[in-house]
Design a protein. Structure first.
Length: 254
């Protein structure tokens, strides 16, 4: 078991030393295995996504739910999640940026950031809202070297952004993710075109009858059981995202 330290990974605040190596603007390359795992989720979610009440399709949320479902299964079997951790929030005030993890489990991202802010941010939520700064960032996926250790910078293999057209890096987003990763070579972006999702769709055209249960299969990846079988483990419904008046959390946190 590698020693990645502990102070930066649990729910409180701490300061560590880190270094960001800027080696140019080239994008990091995913390994074949990482590419295959993420493309499987992207291609399924580019067809389905997760519909909200206002009709928007949040495909990143679909990818997140797929990976979280696999992590729940992995933790039940091995005690640790997979290498692929979706939507880990990072406290950008720390050096290097520190993951905001559950105080009860340093391998699980904190499920409700406003509660963490109220407890650990100086002055609580009122002070945070008055600051009007983006103190937190949340990449789509962090791939770690050792899933039995927290996703601090020394354990990060790559920080990955899922880019569904016409999405692109927002102002300040790339710079923040470089700070989280610590190295340009550890920052990657991937989308349907990188995965050739259209080719996969053309090779496998489902029949009309097979399309009657696409959402569960496409979102969670496994065939649904026949009648009398055991239902697969389902991930929790994503929590409602609190909208701060200054819009420094939510979309800007990404």
């Amino acid at each position: 078991m590698s020693d990645y330290g502990t102070s930066n990974a649990v729910g409180g605040m701490s300061t560590g030393e880190g270094q960001t190596t800027r080696v140019g603007l080239s994008r990091g390359q995913l390994s074949p295995q990482d590419h295959a795992v993420l493309c499987d989720a992207i291609c399924r979610c580019s067809r389905v996504g997760v519909a909200t009440t206002d009709g928007k399709i949040l495909r990143q949320a679909c990818v997140s739910q797929r990976l979280k479902a696999k992590n729940l299964v992995a933790k039940g079997l091995t005690g640790a999640p997979t290498q692929y951790l979706p939507e880990v929030t990072y406290d950008m005030r720390q050096s290097p940026p520190a993951p905001v993890m559950s105080s009860a489990d340093s391998l699980t991202p904190h499920s409700w950031l406003p509660a963490w802010i109220q407890k650990y941010f100086p002055g609580g939520m009122d002070s945070y809202k008055q600051a009007k700064k983006t103190y937190f960032r949340r990449p789509d996926v962090v791939i770690v070297n050792d899933p039995s250790q927290p996703p601090i910078q020394s354990n990060i293999k790559q920080v990955v952004e899922m880019k569904f057209p016409p999405d692109d890096f927002s102002k300040g987003q790339r710079e923040a993710y470089l700070d989280i990763a610590g190295d340009d070579r550890k920052l990657a972006a991937i989308g349907p075109e990188d995965c050739r999702c259209g080719d996969a769709d053309r090779q496998s055209q489902p029949s009309t009858s097979a399309q009657k249960q696409p959402s569960l299969e496409d979102m969670f990846g496994d065939k649904l059981p026949s009648s009398g079988g055991i239902m697969p483990l389902m991930p929790p419904i994503p929590p409602y995202r609190y909208r701060f008046p200054d819009s420094n959390y939510g979309n800007d946190a990404r």
